[in-house]
Design a binder for this molecule. Sequence first.
Ligand code: FAD
Length: 465
Amino acid sequence: MVASYDVVILGAGSGGYACALRAAQLGLSVAMVEKDKIGGTCLHRGCIPTKALLHAAEVADAARNGSQLGVHVTVDKIDLAGIQDYAASVVNRIHSGLTGLVKAGDIAVVSGEGRLVSVDGKLAVRVADEDYVGDYLVLASGSFPRTLPGVEVDGDRVINSDHALKLGQLPSSAIVLGGGVIGVEFASAWRSLGVEVTVVEAMPHLVPTEDPAIGTALERAFRRRRIGIRTGVAVHSCQASGDAATVRLADGSELSDELVLMAVGRGPYTEGLGYAEAGVRLRRGFVDTDERLRASVPTTYALGDLVAGPQLAHRGFAHGIFVAEEIGHLTGRLSAAPLPVKDSDIPRVSYCDPEIATVGLSEEAARAAYGEVETLTYDLAGNGRSRILKTAGFVKLIRRSSGPVVGIHMIGSRVSELIGEAQLINGWEAHPSDVAPYVHPHPTQNEALGEAHLALAGKPLHSHG
Ligand code: FAD
């Protein structure tokens, strides 16, 4: 059987469902194929369950440290099943809300494994023996956890992030391979829940895609929390035996613990789906697109984690909306073409303790792009709310010499909540003197952002800027 739609989307994760919702709003008929659950990695195995785990971890730390504030509490038990039930309840509520939105949008959801095929010269998604032909096709099949050569993920002693969210019990000790965002978030949560953790990262610093000042500060904070750190050394191999797993590092040293978490990034899910056979050009496994997210075959787009760049849910949402509006424009439903999504404007947050929130260029990248830059680091020690929260950290600003702010890098408890303002400053190419007159409420951590701009505009208040 063949069914025809304006738009057929393969994958109902952050990117796919955002595209479906926006396309439906524009009056396009939409079919969305999903082999698992609407919401994809972010909702079921990523952002939401990990942030629920991290929130439980934060509560445990708050209780444990309560006596520092005169509130004496003891943590009797960490009930992992209870934490998982709490996370599942959050996920289920969001899933049911999302399913309702998709239903209200009159989007045809096709359950099953889809594959790209050619039907009478047109591309279609085949599910079992049905073909869904679209005037436009959107590839949104997402990504999977990568592994390393020499490491076999057995789901028992050596696990990935999917397994880590379903553990029957917490290990007493764990090695996290990979100090990127997923690695540092699990390391942070597990440490708060009582696990002895060591993070191994091949690059010189944790969170290596961030400005090195952030990595250095995170390492200092993690060491204070007694999280072991091995940076600048690659993994040679990993062997599970009995009740332990042993990691051999490239420098010949060995680490042995109860569990190993592979957190070395995620690969695009493009193999075995008929993409290459249909003529869709891949580069290093990712779908090769232009800045308008067009794949190499006509009327076919790719988005989200399938497209090389930061693998983040909000980038997927933005891609999905962009592609829907592009199709809306091409079919005469929208008069103006949408603006492409710029990776450099996408904010990045790691929800470890301390949190990291950044947008724009690192100092090194800004120097490479613009030559002369000015930087200012505002220490959270000068911020009242951060003192109350007992957090250390900073806001680092980078501006083009006498020009706009091109990078904002923050570390400290709860700085994720500051990223909204930071992203506007970066996106609107504001100068420090544009931000300085805005009065920030006291005592908030937002004041730190305001004061950093005051200082960079040459009128520091609670800093030595
Ligand atoms: P996905 O969400 O992976 O969706 C792809 C969908 O396609 C899936 O539902 C899959 O089942 C379906 N699919 C694949 N192949 C087929 C097929 N052949 N037929 C039918 N369906 C198919 N991002 C953030 O922004 N913030 C965070 O805090 C954050 N935390 C994360 C924590 C973890 C542990 C992980 C793993 C990821 C995290 N991410 C986070 C990243 C985020 O989850 C992804 O960037 C986002 O989900 C990508 O969306 P997507 O639509 O491209 O792909």
